[in-house]
Every structure is written in structure tokens, then in C-alpha cells.
Ligand binder design. Structure first.
Ligand code: UT7
Length: 326
């Protein structure tokens, strides 16, 4: 049966590593607190003059090379991001220009940390509808430029990076079995960035006493995340008449090691079936799933026939799960 298939993966991480020990120098925090509460040991920080579209383009080139395709073969580019180069136009348009993917329609998807799954599902719908044949689906973020580096409760969590997959309609390995998405907009004040928009007109400082950085009530987010992630994982499995026992690898959004472990425990999934790299990259928002998927693939952790479960939770609130037969 013809379905959307992942035929290439790629990732791009900035070279600069920011360790917990370095954060201890500027913040009232310590390595022990950060590791115990989050599992994070270090994160990557984009260089000056390096933009989200650069990381996205780097990941996309790797994914295209693995798929054996040229940029001109792509007819849809989706970038999941909430830290794009500009408010608009879309970062996807900048990536299209960078790659010279001249045949591709390009737009961004804004669903915070769940953005990659939203983009994957959107691309899948285009492919199924016959509107596109081959899509680049990218998650790319530079959170280091929207966190308040004085706020120890948020800045220690996030990192920069990008991951990408090439999706093609056809038969064979990498079949996307299904995507399940949810939102609860009533919870948006628990996790957001004000930025500029109709609530905060550009240039009108007098109307906005709030600071422009990311704001999060972490412990509230944590509780809802664990419940929602396990519920949507079961929903995705049941829709395919599969069970947790069928899952070979969970590749989750890398928010916090405790969230990953609590979700796996709730599902009854053993720790060795959970892909974790939050210790090295922190929370890279929409980029974390495609980065982790690329690492799992290139390291040989994913084998043909494996059932891969992807799941994510983020601002909005938004959350979702997808299943791939590798
Ligand atoms: O990507 C999707 C969206 N985001 C998430 O999924 C994040 C979800 N939430 C979390 O990961 C966790 O809530 C955090 C890691 C953000 C925080 O962990 P927590 O166990 O929920 O801690 P807390 O916010 O309840 O804070 C506990 C204490 C507080 O001190 P008091 O009030 O008990 O004296 C904080 O001020 O820890 C303090 N604290 C810190 N101490 C040292 C907060 N940040 C730090 C820090 N270093 N960096």
C-alpha cells in the first residue's frame, strides 16, 4: 500500500557547547540541580551570525543526501519553528532560497515543541492528497535568542539545533502509519513568548511592561505533559491495533529526562526502548524529534521493521504522536 515514507534524515547542531559548569559562573544554579531535575548536562548555542534557516538548511542537505535526492526534487518545504529568522516571511522560504529548491512551496508551522509532528502530519496530508510528491519536513530552533539568560528556571533548559526528514509517497521502509494531534488553547498562558504582534505592537514600549522572553510555569507544564503524552501514545497505537509491547523505540520530544522517564513508566515501556539525548542538547523544541531520529538512525539503533513511536508536548498547549514502521 502507498503511504508517506521517511526516506532520509539529517541534523545540524551548532559547534559551541555550553556546559552546566559554565552556567554556574553566571547564575545561581549548579550542575547537580540541573542534572537531577532535567537530565541536561550541556546544550549547543548558535554562533553569532548563524540563523535558524542556516541550521535548517544544514539538516535538510543531510536528509536530501541520504535520500539520494536533489533540492529540485522537492515540492514542499515545511519548517516547524517558533524562533524563525524573522517574524515573516517564513523561515521555510529562506531555506527554499538557500537550497535552491525552486519547485517547492514553503511555509512554517508554529506548534512550539510539538511543531515537528504537526509539520509531519501536514506534509503527510499533502502527499496523500497528491498535492506534493516529496516533502522536506524540518524542525529548527534557536531558543538561546529568546530565553532570559538571567532566569535560571528557563535558560538552563533550552538549546539550539535542527533536524529534518525527507518524506515521499511510495511503498517500502519508513512508512508513516499515522499521526494524532491535539491542542488545548485554554492553557496558553502557562508557556509562551510575547514577542511582537497584535497584543504587543512593534515599537510601542509603553504598552508592554512585560519582558519579551519565554515564560513558563514549568511544574504545571510537567504534570499535563506526562498525562497527555502517554494518552496520545496509546491513542496512536490503538488506531493501528498495536500495543506498547509492539514498540521497538520511543523517540520523544526531549523536554526533560524526568518527563521522558515518567511517560515511559506510565506506558510500561522499558528505559532501553527510549531514545534520550536531552543530556547533550537540552530541549531544542521542534528540532528535538528529528535530531533524535537522525541519531537513532545513523547509530544503527533503528533497524528495518522496527516500530518507532514519536511523541511531543509543547506550548499552546499542543501535543501529538506518530508511528513509523522503519
Ligand atoms: O518542551 C515542552 C515544554 N516544557 C517542558 O516540558 C518543561 C516542563 N517542566 C520542567 O521540566 C520542570 O518543571 C523544570 C525543570 C522547569 C523545573 O523543575 P521542577 O522540579 O518543576 O522545579 P520547580 O520549578 O518546582 O522549582 C523548585 C525549586 C524552586 O525553589 P523554591 O521555590 O523551592 O525555593 C526554584 O526557584 O528550584 C528552584 N530552581 C532552581 N534552583 C537551582 C529553579 N530553577 C533552578 C535552577 N537552579 N536552574
Amino acid at each position: 500500500m502507498k503511504q508517506s515514507r521517511i526516506i532520509g534524515t539529517g541534523s545540524c547542531l551548532p559547534e559551541r557547547i555550553l556546559t552546566n559548569a559554565e552556567l554556574e559562573q553566571t547564575l545561581d544554579t549548579n550542575d547537580e540541580w540541573i542534572v537531577t531535575r532535567t537530565g541536561i548536562r550541556e546544550r549547543r548555542i548558535a554562533a553569532e551570525g548563524q540563523y535558524t534557516s542556516d541550521l535548517a538548511g544544514g539538516a535538510a542537505r543531510q536528509a536530501l543526501a541520504m535520500a539520494g535526492l536533489e533540492a529540485a526534487d522537492i515540492d514542499l518545504i515545511l519548517v516547524a519553528t517558533v524562533t524563525g529568522d524573522l517574524s515573516w516571511p517564513a523561515t521555510a522560504c529562506l531555506v527554499q532560497d538557500q537550497l535552491q529548491a525552486t519547485r517547492a512551496a514553503a511555509f512554517d508551522i508554529s506548534a512550539a515543541c510539538s511543531g515537528f509532528l504537526y509539520a509531519l502530519s501536514t506534509a503527510d496530508s499533502f502527499l496523500r492528497a497528491g498535492t506534493a510528491r516529496r516533502a522536506l519536513v524540518i524542525g529548527a530552533e534557536i531558543f538561546s535568542r529568546i530565553v532570559d539568560w538571567q532566569d535560571r528556571s528557563t535558560c538552563i533548559l533550552f538549546g539550539d539545533g535542527a533536524g529534518a526528514v525527507v518524506l515521499e509517497m511510495g511503498e517500502g521502509a519508513g512508512q508513516l502509519l499515522g499521526c494524532h494531534l491535539h491542542s488545548d488553547g485554554s492553557q496558553w498562558p502557562l508557556l509562551y513568548q510575547l514577542g511582537y504582534g497584535s497584543r504587543n505592537p512593534a515599537g510601542d514600549q509603553s504598552r508592554n511592561p512585560e519582558h519579551p522572553f519565554i515564560r513558563m510555569q514549568g511544574n504545571e507544564v510537567f504534570k499535563v505533559a506526562v498525562r497527555s503524552l502517554s494518552e496520545v501514545a496509546l491513542e496512536a497505537l490503538e488506531a493501528q491495533s498495536l500495543t506498547v509491547a509492539d514498540v521497538d523505540l520511543l523517540v520523544p520530544h526531549q523536554a526533560n529526562q524526568r518527563i521522558l522517564e515518567a511517560t515511559a513508566k506510565r506506558l510500561g515501556l522499558p528505559p532501553e526502548k527510549v531514545m534520550i539525548n536531552v543530556d547533550r542538547y537540552g530541549n531544542t523544541s521542534a528540532a528535538s524529534i528529528p535530531i533524535a531520529l537522525d541519531e537513532a538512525h545513523r547509530s544503527g539503533r533503528l533497524q528495518p521493521g522496527h516500530l518507532v513511536l514519536l511523541n511531543a508536548f509543547g506550548g499552546g498547549f499542543t501535543w501529538g504522536a506518530a508511528l513509523v514502521r522503519w
